[in-house]
Design a protein around this ligand. Structure first.
Ligand SMILES: N[C@@H](CCC(=O)N[C@@H](CS)C(=O)NCC(=O)O)C(=O)O
Length: 152
């Protein structure tokens, strides 16, 4: 176990997993930014004190830009959490550094492209393809885990 933690594959995984989890966490401040600039809030108490009650009520609404970032955040959760869990088990199978780096870089790159495509509403299939690349990468790591340490 100590040798795995010291291995370059584990260090690379820790680096890429941290980068992509931080990217996912930044979706929350980005949502807050869109809420404030679009004057769109989920709760009355989130609106600045001093705003007249009729105005406050109008700001309790949904806005396309806010919903778009929220969907992007949700999609990150659906894909990045499995990557971190499967990636950790994948590291334990002792893959080659080059093949591990290929998986980690493809996944992290695909999630950044997915975010840009979603938030900037780029035409499809940009978002769809980036999502597929991320999914295939995670499935490929899962395949290696199951073919290396399968115990039913
Ligand atoms: N939960 C996803 C499952 C399928 C998926 O993740 N599709 C990708 C590529 S089209 C996506 O970006 N979906 C948009 C989303 O999750 O809001 C959905 O409802 O769309």
């Amino acid at each position: 176990m100590a040798s795995i933690i010291d291995s370059e594959v584990f260090l690379a995984f820790s680096t890429y997993a941290t980068i992509v989890v931080l990217k996912m966490m930044l979706m929350a401040p980005l949502t807050a930014y869109f809420r404030i600039t679009r004057k769109t809030f989920a709760n009355l108490e989130d609106i600045w004190p001093g705003t007249i009650p009729e105005e406050k009520k109008k700001m309790l609404r949904t806005h396309d830009d806010v919903e778009r970032v929220r969907r992007c955040h949700q999609n990150d959760l659906e894909n990045i959490v499995p990557f971190v869990l499967i990636g950790l088990l994948y590291v334990l199978t002792g893959p080659d550094l080059s093949s591990a780096l290929l998986h980690f870089r493809l996944f992290v790159g695909s999630r950044f492209i997915h975010t840009l495509a979603y938030v900037m509403a780029l035409p499809q299939p940009s978002r769809g393809l980036s999502w597929v690349v991320g999914m295939v990468t995670t499935f490929s790591m899962a395949y290696r885990i199951l073919t290396t340490i399968l115990l039913l």
